[in-house]
Design a protein around this ligand. Structure first.
Ligand code: HEC
Length: 134
């Protein structure tokens, strides 16, 4: 293969790779698609007990998810990460809020999947809140 052809082949591969990454990034999902990992439930639950349960019992988020249905998960995440806990808003790390959110999703019977839920806004924007089947 000539030098220019192999450069071309390389560029093509890089290009295809980017397309794959890109389509994964913006792939639209709902909460029924398994948007968090089961390993987040336990640490998220600990944080929830420490910082949230004094004001929100475990049933609080059922009707809340109904009210937010159709909105991007990013809006919900930002609300909880910037206004909660009410006594000290934003006191936790973003990844701690992500674990808490995963725990809340598990409480509401949304399924776990393979990938961890993170605070990445691009990913959170691609997930739409939906009412759980369970
Ligand atoms: C000191 C009490 C208190 C604590 C602690 C607290 N919250 Fe809140 N939270 C509130 C109040 C009050 C509201 C507003 C209630 C309303 O509008 O129905 C609220 C609202 C929310 C909402 C928005 C609900 C909606 O319907 O829009 C979310 C999400 C939320 N809290 C999550 C959390 C999380 C997660 C934690 C723990 C990190 C937490 N809260 C800790 C008092 C608290």
């Amino acid at each position: 293969m000539s030098r220019s052809r192999s450069v071309f082949a390389w560029q093509l591969m890089v290009g295809l790779f980017c397309v794959v990454i890109w389509s994964e990034e913006v792939h639209p999902q709902t909460l029924s698609d398994g948007v968090y990992a089961a390993e987040q439930i336990q640490p998220g639950g600990e944080l929830y007990k420490k910082h949230c349960i004094s004001c929100h019992d475990k049933k609080y988020f059922g009707p809340v998810f109904k009210a937010w249905s159709g909105q991007p998960l990013n809006n919900f995440f930002l609300t909880m990460a910037t206004t909660m806990p009410e006594s000290n808003p934003g006191m936790l790390y973003d990844e701690e809020y992500a674990d808490i959110l995963a725990y809340i999703l598990s409480l509401n019977k949304y399924p776990a999947g393979n990938e961890k839920l993170t605070a990445d806004p691009a990913k959170l924007k691609a997930i739409t809140l939906s009412v759980s089947a369970g």
